[in-house]
Design a protein around this ligand. Structure first.
Ligand code: SF4
Length: 360
């Protein structure tokens, strides 16, 4: 993006741009850089784009031609009270009416996460995941990914302190837009999230991991949705993982480490009868051993509209967690939140949308 770009260039999506990118585009426009900074501030802090408030309408029109500003429409909000506060899911619609979702997750002690979607649907087809049933309907652009945060702050009353890319979609199946969104979210002149407040969660994709690594961001968090430490078992649960066998994924992760004390997140959706045995725990520990510091997050399976099986019992969860600890792994058990409103892990993407899209 540069000031030498032709006047007829496609409008720049305001919420998908850093302030520096916006200022470069705005140089030839009335009001120039100074106005660009003011409009940028207002867009990110207040969720508005109103060049008319600063310029006569003919000049404001030039800004409207050069920039696109759009916040998603809120279709509905659903809440569930949890032990750490009120969880809320917002169902949003894009300009075509396709729905995607973001979730406010209260973490206690004043912290809250926002779980963002990067795609409408997902083509990875993980068998324990509602989003996977949709297939991939479209990629979200960086402005739509960031737009979820701006909307949350300015219209939903959420105050996210951290951002997790664990909503609808595989972030590394939309890597370019994800990376642009990371730049915008961490832009100090805009939302200003510290890099350690961001976590990308992926099933593990070669090119995407290379692109994240190439960013050279030492403090960006990474989590791998692992769920099995055996290739055949993993492919059964997550068919798309056939493209990157566990041994190769392990090698990539060994060379990924962006800093000496980096702690890799490993997510294990605990599914009764599928990945909850003593052998599963042993295999996981063996696979982790060359990786350095890891934290295994055990996430109890949340049944969706076409459940693979039931949710694990408390006893099964506790038993698996203790086996992992016996194997010497650092483990955290994820508290189940949002299951009642289909906002828990693996439950995003509603059956209504699935039906509508099939009918198109
Ligand atoms: S778990 Fe993640 S990668 Fe797998 S289908 Fe669901 S959204 Fe896609």
């Amino acid at each position: 993006m540069s000031a030498t770009e032709p006047a007829h260039a496609a409008p720049l999506a305001l919420l998908g741009a850093t302030r520096a990118e916006l200022c470069a585009r705005a140089a030839p426009l009335p009001g120039g850089r100074g106005l660009a900074e003011a409009l940028h501030r207002r867009a990110f802090r207040e969720g508005r784009f109103e060049p008319e408030s600063a310029l006569p309408s003919a000049q404001a029109a030039a800004w409207r031609e050069a920039l696109a500003f759009h916040l998603p429409r809120v279709v509905r909000r659903e809440r569930e009270s949890t032990s750490t506060g009120m969880l809320e899911k917002a169902v949003l619609a894009d300009e075509r009416g396709l729905e995607y979702e973001c979730v406010r997750i209260p973490m206690g002690r004043g912290r809250e996460s926002i779980c963002l979607s990067t795609q409408v649907g997902c083509s990875m087809a993980c068998r324990f995941c509602e989003t996977g049933l949709l297939g991939r309907l479209r990629q979200l652009r960086a402005a739509e990914i960031v737009g979820q945060v701006v909307l949350a702050r300015t219209q939903l009353g959420w105050q996210p302190t951290q951002v997790v890319f664990m909503g609808m979609g595989e972030p590394l199946d939309n890597t370019a837009e994800l990376i642009q969104a990371l730049h915008v979210l961490t832009d100090r002149a805009g939302l200003g999230f510290a890099r350690e407040r961001l976590t990308v969660c992926t099933i593990g994709r070669r090119e995407g991991l290379a692109a994240l690594h190439a960013l050279g961001w030492k403090r960006l968090n990474l989590a791998i949705s692992l769920n099995a430490a055996d290739d055949a078992q993993r492919a059964e649960l997550m068919p798309a993982t056939k493209a990157l066998p566990l041994l190769e994924l392990q090698e990539l992760l060994i060379s990924y480490r962006p800093r000496a004390n980096f702690r890799l997140g490993l997510h294990w959706c605990l599914i009764p009868g599928r990945n909850d045995t003593r052998d599963d725990a042993r295999r996981l520990a063996a696979w982790c051993s060359p990786l350095g510091r890891v934290l295994v997050q055990v996430i109890p399976y949340n049944p969706g509209t076409q459940p693979l099986t039931r949710a694990p019992s408390e006893e099964e969860i506790t038993r698996f967690v203790s086996w992992l600890r016996e194997e010497g792994l650092a483990v955290r058990r994820r508290l189940t939140k949002g299951r009642e409103v289909m906002a828990a892990c693996g439950q995003l993407g509603n059956a209504g949308l699935r039906g509508r899209e099939r009918g198109r």
